[in-house]
Design a protein around this ligand. Structure first.
Ligand code: GLN
Length: 506
């Protein structure tokens, strides 16, 4: 397996490798890993037709070589023969789709999600289905019926969630890029914990058709990769209006995304919200990495200013009110009649619903359905929900007006690095606080990328030498700017957030 899509495509074109080789090596790693003492558990299954698909891609490449049309072929299919990872809540026709939940075990997707269909058109190969928190609810990929996904950097630690499977698969080099989903940080958070890039695009840029809903006004497919280019290319190929999703929208500058170049950092004006600078519970090593990133921007000539946005302190509360209300409503379809494994003890419909849902959902999903329904209940005439919505509207307004004066918002992705498996599963509130810096992005519908920015120190008692991610957030539809900035960062830090000069020295 090569490290980036660019390298892989070059190797496929030159004959240095074949798609079959790539897929076989990933299958071998997957099989070996399954038998290891602490399995990663990133992939739940490798799709049965991957070898067949890889061989077909190789045949196409071989015949284009004969006719001297390889370049043209890759212009039409820029990801030909490239394997990618798919989260278990994104439909791949004919394949299992369970959201890592018992209620959907055995369900097969009847059609392709638009994002998958568009990647197939570009020649990419869906390699396998990846683990996640049940129905994408969580921050560690521990709430899954299949057991947790471990962190490839240190297997005693969580991969982060909810897209932990796709992220660990990329970080462990088992796939070249991955698809995850975001409602409140589920791509950026695991990207930060596993030391890779993770993008949450502007709401609507990637179609939600074929993606199982959690909080529909917040949900968005996200992309995980080893480099900004590995995210920009698939993004450009998947984005754009989709007939099946009325909230879908076109992304400007797709051509520039296909040939991503670094931005001139000296021209950037950057806002750092005071609320995220001084957040309670922020690990000292995360603060140190954040300070280093700010220093890098300043050394490149960018202007950084601290801004005061008090409403951000309410983002996590507003997020959980809105996300859980929408979740309670979305998940009502899993009733054993419309969707979900039915348990019918022939005691009538009410009991059928109760038995199906009591047996099918895990404790975290149940907790959220209860909170969501409580928030929406008549007793409160929607007061809490309305308050959550008005906080959201303010966040949207204030964040949008910030971008009239600034190019980017800079903040840590998470208050801490990854944590030990099992250390937060019984403390939901503590788990929810992992999303302290990510949810405002989903509420404001803006794009944001988590870049691998450094590591915690060796002496850190909670997480020694674990990756730390920092976010570059941009205004709506300005994916190009945050990806170009990430590219500038990548060129100086090659993959791991450590300055290139220091990498050579060590
Ligand atoms: N951790 C957040 C939650 O549990 C975000 C999840 C997500 O983005 N899917 O709601």
């Amino acid at each position: 397996m090569f490290y980036t899509i660019e390298e892989t495509v070059e190797a496929l074109k030159s004959g240095k490798t074949t798609s079959e080789d790539l897929v076989r090596s990933s299958i071998d790693t997957f099989e070996k890993d399954k038998k290891s003492e602490k399995p990663l558990n990133a992939f739940l299954e490798v799709y049965s037709d991957v070898l067949e698909k890889a061989k077909l891609a190789d045949e196409e490449i071989a015949s284009a070589k004969k006719s001297g049309t390889v370049e043209k072929l890759f212009e039409q299919k820029p990801l030909l023969g490239v394997p990618f990872a798919v989260k278990d809540n994104i439909s791949v026709k004919g394949k299992s789709l369970t959201c890592s939940s018992k209620i959907l075990e055995g369900y097969r997707a009847p059609y392709n999600a638009t994002v998958v269909a568009r990647l197939l058109n570009a020649g990419a190969i869906p390699f396998g289905r990846c683990n996640q928190d049940e129905f994408a609810m969580g921050s560690s990929t521990e709430y899954s019926i299949y057991g947790p996904t471990r962190n490839p950097i240190n297997r005693d630690y969580v991969s982060g969630g909810s897209s932990g499977g796709s992220t660990a698969a990329v970080a462990a080099n088992q796939a070249l890029f991955g698809l995850g989903t975001e409602t409140g940080g589920s791509v950026r958070l695991p990207a930060s914990y596993c030391g890779v890039y993770g993008l949450k695009p502007t709401y609507g840029v990637l179609s939600r058709w074929g993606v199982v809903a959690y909080g529909s006004s917040l949900d968005q497919v996200g992309i995980i990769g080893h480099s900004p280019k590995d995210i920009a290319l698939p993004l450009s190929l998947m984005s754009g209006v989709d007939f099946y999703d009325d909230t879908s929208a076109d992304l400007p500058n797709c051509d520039k995304l296909k040939n991503l170049e670094a931005i001139d950092v000296s021209k950037l004006k950057i806002a750092v919200p005071k609320q995220f600078e001084q957040a309670k519970g922020m690990d000292a090593d995360v603060a140190k990495v954040f300070a280093d990133v700010k220093e890098w921007f300043v050394s490149k000539g960018a202007k950084i200013e601290i801004v005061d946005l008090p409403v951000l302190d309410a983002s996590i509360a507003s997020y959980y009110v809105i996300a859980l209300s929408e979740a309670a409503s979305n998940l009502s379809r899993f009733d054993g009649i419309r969707y979900g494994n039915r348990i019918d003890n022939e005691k009538g419909y009410d009991q059928l619903y109760i038995d199906t849902r009591s047996n099918g959902f895990g404790p975290e999903v149940k907790r959220r359905i209860i909170i969501g329904n409580y928030v929406l209940s008549e007793q409160f005439s929607g007061e809490t929900y309305k308050k959550g919505m008005s906080v959201r509207a303010r966040i949207q307004r204030e964040v949008a007006s910030l971008f009239e004066n600034y190019d980017l918002i800079l903040c840590p992705t998470c208050p801490t690095a990854s944590f030990k498996l099992g250390s937060k599963v019984d403390d939901p509130l503590e788990m929810y606080l992992s999303d302290l810096f990510t949810t405002f992005v989903n509420l404001a519908r803006i794009p944001s990328i988590s870049v691998p920015a450094g590591f915690t120190s060796k002496e850190n008692k909670n997480a020694s030498c674990m990756p730390v991610g920092i976010q570059f957030a941009g205004k709506m539809f300005d994916e190009l700017k945050i990806l170009q900035t990430a590219q500038a960062w990548e060129e100086d830090h090659k993959g791991c957030g450590i300055p290139v000069q220091e990498q050579v020295q060590n």
